[in-house]
Design a protein around this ligand. Sequence first.
Ligand SMILES: [Zn+2]
Length: 131
Amino acid sequence: MHRQNVGARAVHRQQEGERIRNSASLAQKFPELKALTVNLAYYNSDRVTKSTQFKYTVNLNNARSVFCFDCLNKECVRGDFDLSEELTNAVAAHRTTAAGEMSCQGWLSKDTIDTVHCHNILRYKLSLDYK
Ligand SMILES: [Zn+2]
C-alpha cells in the first residue's frame, strides 16, 4: 500500500502545473512590459539562513502570467510563492521596481499537514522596464 505516499504534494504539483501552463504568457498579459528581471533570495523559516539566491531576466514570451516559484523545501506540501499579484500591481502602477518578502504557507511535510506550516521565506525584487 504505497498509493498514499504519492499523496497531496504530487497532486498539488500537478494541479499547479496545469494552472500555470494554461495561463497567458507575460507578453500577452502585459503588452506594455519590455523587460523583467527578478532577484530571488530564499531563506529558511528562521529568516537568517540563506539557502540560495539568484537573479535572472524573464523571457516574457515563455514565462506564464501565473508567476510562481517553487518552495525549496522538498517535503513542503502545497507550498510555493505566487508573485502574480505583486507583478500585476507593479505593472498597473508602472513601477520600475517592486520588492518584498513572502512566507510559504504550505505544510512543512506530509506528516505535519494541518499542524506545522513550512514558512520558508522568499525575498524578491522585481525590476521592470516599459515600452
Ligand atoms: Zn514551503
